[in-house]
Design a protein. Structure first.
Length: 543
């Protein structure tokens, strides 16, 4: 399909004669088909609707044509209308840019949806909204790799907007069973960032949220779900403050939904990094209340919240909760935590508190209070909060069932580091676990040693920038990725191989086009035996 004048619903839907609307393309699509949406602006005069369903293993996909950017512009349909509605199950929507309108991409009452790699901006309400009015109807949902910004515009300026669509979140699942919300970038929105409401079995992982009004990541009436390896931070932009402060980074509550509730129970919060925010982790006893039940909150780094890194309202319903292996720091002289109790509902053990322990129930066995020694304290990338050699958090934790790896996928040891990252000695690669037949495999052949990025700003182009690697042995391939401070991939290149010792890799003209600024370079070297090791270094480009 294509915008007018090339696209026309009287066409046969070929590349040369494409359809113009999602409706027409959907009436012709069959399970397993891909409808390519050509670049250009689709200026809607009424909501777009996809009226079809795929089938298990053969979804119907609506995807941006390779190398092109289709813009679905809902400005002309008003602030209460959905821009793109998914009207069937087993649908995949990928690579679209949706702007304006009321709600961006909405799937109501359908399962097996995949919403990936889209950009949503300027909507009056939610950017992405998937759900139904009760549990059991909607399941198996994937919301991944999307960028959602400047949405929930009806609440701008915050707190005095029209609230035409209630209190929308930028990305929301509502009464959903089994969903993955991953690797999304959600920022500069005038509503909650990621809101999971009345849901079971949700995996929320690898997302970056910052500068959202009200709450960054929110579990409301959620059971059996996981928040892991996410980054939540504030840049300090007061445009998104509530009550004069940035929003809580990760928050929990049981709001009053009638006649059916789904009170918080049995959730895992692990390996997350929060920077700033009003609180790092927050439970609020308001509306229905009921407390935290059977929560495991472990291996998180809560850095310098505006108030407390950890805030738990008093609630008689608290029961069966574990807080362990977390690292909580607080700027200034304030306490790093507030706990309302009762104490019988929690176990606090082996946490790090800086600059001092909050005392009372929060002070547990194995706690440490020394300076944590982060690699880049105050930075806005998750990897800034890896620990340096000498940190008192190294080896100070305890194993926790169900949490075996850190925010980067590195396995925790029997005495793990506190916070979101395990500490790995520079230049050392862990020996793999013995195979099931009792034989001990050969250790990986490759390990990355010192890593240097050499800038060549003084050398006239087209002479490219280069990367120097010290490898202990030859590698089959080396992949270089450079991320922005918001952990958005800015550059990637894979080399066919590299020899042992110091090796110079030419990054080419694409790398040279990166603007001056702060980045993070990650290098993955694949050894000849198939094992992979990684190294990371902060990179400041001065062009």
């Amino acid at each position: 399909m294509a915008p007018a004048p090339l696209g026309n619903d009287g066409n046969p839907g070929s590349m040369a004669q494409p359809f113009n609307t999602f409706w027409e393309a959907g009436t012709h699509a069959l399970p397993g088909d891909t409808v390519y949406v050509r670049g250009g602006t689709y200026a809607l005069t009424q909501p777009a609707w996809i009226p079809c369903s795929g089938a298990a293993g053969v979804p119907i996909t609506f995807a941006a044509y390779p190398g092109e950017t289709p813009v679905i512009d809902g400005t002309g349909i008003g602030v209460t209308a959905t821009v793109l509605g998914l009207g069937g199950s087993y649908l995949a929507v990928r690579g679209l840019s949706v702007v304006g309108g009321g709600e961006g991409i909405v799937a109501w009452g359908f399962s097996h949806e995949q919403i990936t790699g889209n950009t949503l901006s300027g909507t009056a309400g939610s950017g992405i909204y998937v759900g139904y009015s009760s549990l059991g109807m909607v399941s198996d949902v994937l919301i991944s790799g999307n960028t959602v910004h400047n949405c929930v515009a009806e609440n701008n300026p915050p707190g005095v907007g029209a609230y035409v669509n209630g209190w929308p979140a930028s990305v929301s699942t509502y009464w959903v069973t089994s969903a993955t919300v991953s690797a999304n970038l959600v920022y500069d929105n005038f509503g909650e960032g990621l809101a999971i409401t009345h849901c079971d079995g949700i995996l929320l992982t690898g997302n970056t949220v910052h500068d959202n009004f009200s709450i960054g990541i929110y579990f409301d009436n959620v059971q059996g779900s996981t928040i892991t390896a996410n980054l939540a931070y504030t840049t300090g932009d007061p445009a998104y403050f509530r009550f004069g402060l940035p929003c809580p980074s990760i928050a929990m509550a049981n709001e009053n939904f009638t006649p059916t509730t789904n009170p918080l129970d049995g959730c895992l919060v692990s390996d997350n990094v929060t920077v700033g925010g009003r609180y790092g982790f927050y439970y609020g006893n308001y509306e229905n209340g009921g407390g935290l039940k059977n929560f495991t909150v472990v291996h998180n780094t809560f850095y310098n919240a505006a108030q407390e890194g950890l805030w738990i309202d008093p609630d008689p319903g608290h029961v069966g909760n574990l807080f362990a292996d977390n690292l909580v720091t607080q700027a200034g002289s304030g306490s790093p935590a507030y706990f309302g109790g009762p104490a019988s509902g929690f176990t606090f053990t082996h946490n790090a508190w800086y600059p001092s322990s909050p005392g009372g129930t929060l002070a547990g066995p194995g706690d440490v209070t020394g300076a944590p020694l982060f690699q880049g304290p105050g930075g806005l990338a998750a990897m800034d909060y890896q620990l340096l050699s000498g940190s008192p958090g190294i080896g100070a934790g305890i194993p926790v069932a169900g949490v075996s790896t850190d925010a980067a996928g590195v396995a925790f040891t029997m005495n793990p580091a506190l916070g979101a990252y395990e500490w790995v000695q520079p230049g050392v690669t862990a020996t793999p676990t013995p195979t099931s037949n009792g034989a001990t495999p050969t250790p990986p052949a490759a390990a990355i040693g010192p890593l240097s990025i050499l800038r060549t700003a003084a050398v006239p182009q087209p002479n490219p920038d280069r990367l120097m690697l010290d490898l202990s042995s030859a590698c089959g391939s080396v992949t270089v990725k450079v991320y922005t401070r918001a952990l958005v991939l800015a550059f990637q290149q894979t080399f066919a191989g590299a020899s042992a010792g110091w090796t110079s890799l030419s990054l080419g003209p694409q790398f040279a086009h990166l603007a001056s600024g702060s980045y993070y370079a990650t290098v993955s070297a694949k050894a000849l035996d198939g094992s992979v090791v990684h190294a990371t270094q902060k990179l400041v480009l001065l062009r």
